[in-house]
Write a protein that binds this ligand. Structure first.
Ligand code: CS2
Length: 502
C-alpha cells in the first residue's frame, strides 16, 4: 500500500481511527510563539492548544514554533514537510493506545537561518505570549550562584550586536525593543521548563542581560512583561523508531517525527499575563496565585525520583525507567528517598495527598509501554541535579534530616562519570554538555577522593559540609571497590553507613 505523507493536504484521507484537527488551520492566528519545539512541547502545551482550538472562539491561540539553535534544523525540516502536523501517540499502561494528529503548530521559523523573521514575528501585535522550553541549561545561569553567566561568548556577541541574536535573551530583547518603539504592548514570557520558580528565573536572567545591553529597555521589561511561574508535567520519551514504523504499517502514514507520551498530563500556572491568555482552565489547567508548592513537589519528587532510578539503573545495566521499576531494590531505593528525604521538606500542597501522588508516580514510572530511556533521564545531569536533588540534600543538612539516599546518588554519579561503563562492561550512553569535565574530575577519585566535588558551580559549598563529605567518601570508596549497585543499596537500607558515622 502507498504511504500517505502527513501534511495539510493529505489529512482528510487519513484513517478514521485517527483523530485529526477539527478546525480550519488557515484561519488560526499565532498568539503564542514557542521557543524550543521538542518532544515535551509537542506532547504538552501544543496538545492543550490543539484541544482549545477546536472551539472557534479560541482561534487567536495557535502556535508559531521558533528554532534558535543549529540543532533545530531537523525539526524545522520535518514541520515544514508536514505543515506543522504530527501524530501524538498516547501509551496507556494496559496497552491501550491513542492516536491523534495535532494541528496547533501552524507555523515554524528556523531563526538560526533567518533571525530577523523571528524577531519580527515575536514583535507582531498578534503575539501575546512567548513560551519557552529551553531546558535547565538554556537559562544561562551559574547553577551555584544563580547569577547570569556573562562569560558565555554568545552572550558577549549579542550584547554588542543587538540585531544579531544567538540565544533566547538576544531574541527576546530584540523583539521587546521593537514592541516598545512601536507602542505595541509587551508579551508574557511563559517558562515551561523544570526549574523551580521558572518564571522568576527567566525574569532575573532576561533583566540581567537587558540591563547590560540597554538599561532603559530593562526598565520597560521590568514594568511591562509578566513572567508567570508554571509547573508542567507529562512524561515524553525520545521517539522510538518503532513508533514511526508502526504508523506506516498500521495507518500507512509517513510521519517523520511522531511523539509518544503517557496519558497523564498536568499544568499549573500563576495567573499573571501581560497581554491576555488562552482560557486553558476549560481543559483542567490550574491557575493559581502561587505555584511554588506544586513545582517544588514535582521537581523534587518526579524529576529527582527519575534521577534516583536512572543513575544507579544505568550502572546496573538497565536501559529503561520501567526496567528500573521492575528492579525491586532500585525501586525501593527511590521510594525511600522520596519518603525519607523529600517528603519532610515539602510544604503542604492544597488538594494533593502526597502519598497518593508518590504512588501515582510509581505507577507512571512503571508504565511498560513508555520505555523511557535511562540515557534521556541521566542526560544533562550536570544541569539537572543542582536543581532537582542538591537543594533537597542541603535542606536536610540544615535540618539534620536523612541525607544518605541523595548522597548515594551523587557518589554513583561520580562513579558513572569516571567509568562510563555499566557493571556488564557495556559503555553507558552519557549525554551531557559537561561530559568530559565530569569524567576528568570524577576519574581523579583514587588520587584525590573529593576531586568530583570540586566542580564548584555544580556542588556549591557541599564540600564544606562535613556530614555530607564523610558519607560521600565512604559510599564512593565502597563503590569504587565494588560497584554492585544492589549490594551497595542494601548496605544503605541496613543503615551501615550512618551507624558508622555517628
Ligand atoms: C525527566 C523529565 O528529563 C528528566 O529529567 O525527569 O523530562 C520528566 O520526564 C518530565 O519533567 C515529566 O513531566
Amino acid at each position: 500500500m502507498d504511504l500517505i505523507q502527513l501534511n495539510q493536504q493529505s489529512i482528510h484521507s487519513l484513517e478514521p481511527q485517527l483523530g485529526i484537527p477539527k478546525y480550519d488551520r488557515k484561519s488560526i492566528k499565532t498568539g503564542i510563539i514557542h521557543v524550543g519545539v521538542g518532544g515535551f512541547h509537542r506532547s504538552h502545551q501544543a496538545y492543550y492548544m490543539h484541544q482549545l482550538l477546536c472551539d472557534s472562539d479560541n482561534s487567536d491561540w495557535g502556535i508559531c514554533g521558533i528554532g534558535l539553535r543549529a540543532g533545530d534544523q531537523k525539526i524545522a525540516q520535518v514541520l515544514k514537510e508536514q505543515d506543522g502536523l504530527y501524530t501524538l501517540i498516547t501509551q496507556h499502561p494496559n496497552g491501550k493506545e491513542g492516536y491523534e494528529v495535532i494541528g496547533s503548530i501552524v507555523d515554524f521559523i528556523f531563526a538560526f537561518e533567518t533571525p530577523q523573521i523571528a524577531i519580527d514575528k515575536m514583535a507582531h501585535p498578534d503575539t501575546k505570549i512567548v513560551s519557552l522550553t529551553i531546558t535547565e541549561g538554556g537559562y544561562n545561569f551559574n547553577p551555584n550562584t544563580g547569577d547570569f553567566d556573562f562569560e558565555n561568548p554568545e552572550i558577549q556577541q549579542e550584547l554588542k550586536n543587538h540585531n544579531q541574536p544567538k540565544t533566547v535573551f538576544g531574541y527576546l530583547t530584540a523583539a521587546l525593543r521593537k514592541r516598545k518603539a512601536k507602542g505595541t504592548p509587551a508579551f508574557t514570557i511563559l517558562s515551561c521548563d523544570n526549574i523551580q520558580h521558572n518564571g522568576d528565573v527567566a525574569r532575573k536572567m532576561l533583566l540581567s542581560f537587558a540591563q547590560k545591553q540597554d538599561p532603559t529597555l530593562a526598565d520597560w521589561i521590568a514594568n511591562e512583561v509578566c513572567f508567570p511561574n508554571s509547573m508542567v508535567d507529562r512524561i515524553t520519551p525520545v521517539t522510538p523508531k518503532s513508533a514511526i514504523e508502526f504508523l506506516q504499517n498500521k495507518y500507512s502514514i509517513k510521519d517523520a517525527w511522531p511523539i509518544v507520551c503517557e496519558p497523564y498530563i498536568q499544568w499549573v500556572i500563576e495567573d499573571r499575563f501581560s497581554n491576555g491568555r488562552p482560557p486553558l482552565e476549560k481543559l483542567g489547567v490550574q491557575f493559581v496565585p502561587d505555584v511554588t508548592p506544586y513545582e517544588k513537589m514535582k521537581i523534587r519528587l518526579l524529576n529527582a525520583g527519575h534521577s534516583t532510578l536512572g543513575i544507579p539503573g544505568a550502572v546496573h545495566g538497565h536501559a529503561t525507567i520501567n526496567a528500573c521499576m521492575e528492579d525491586k531494590i532500585i525501586a525501593r531505593f527511590m521510594r525511600e528517598f522520596m519518603d525519607q528525604e523529600v517528603t519532610p521538606i515539602l510544604d503542604e500542597v492544597q488538594g494533593i495527598n502526597l502519598t497518593e501522588y508518590k504512588n501515582n508516580l510509581e505507577d507512571r514510572f512503571s508504565n511498560p509501554n513508555i520505555k523511557d530511556g535511562v540515557s534521556r533521564i541521566c542526560s544533562e545531569s550536570s544541569a539537572k541535579l543542582p536543581k532537582f536533588l542538591i537543594p533537597t540534600l542541603l535542606e536536610n543538612l540544615e535540618t539534620g534530616g536523612s541525607i544518605k539516599y541523595a548522597t548515594f546518588i551523587l557518589s554513583v554519579w561520580g562513579y558513572y562519570s569516571a567509568k562510563e561503563v555499566d557493571n556488564k562492561a557495556n559503555e553507558i550512553e552519557i549525554l551531557d554538555a559537561r561530559k568530559e569535565e565530569l569524567h576528568h574530575a570524577a576519574s581523579g577519585f583514587e588520587k584525590d577522593s573529593i576531586s568530583f566535588l570540586r566542580i564548584s558551580d555544580i556542588f556549591g559549598d557541599l564540600l564544606e559540609k562535613e556530614r555530607f563529605v564523610k558519607l560521600y567518601l565512604k559510599m564512593s570508596e565502597a563503590l569504587f571497590n565494588d560497584s554492585d549497585i544492589h549490594k551497595q543499596i542494601k548496605l544503605i537500607f541496613e543503615d551501615n553507613y550512618t551507624l558508622d558515622l555517628n
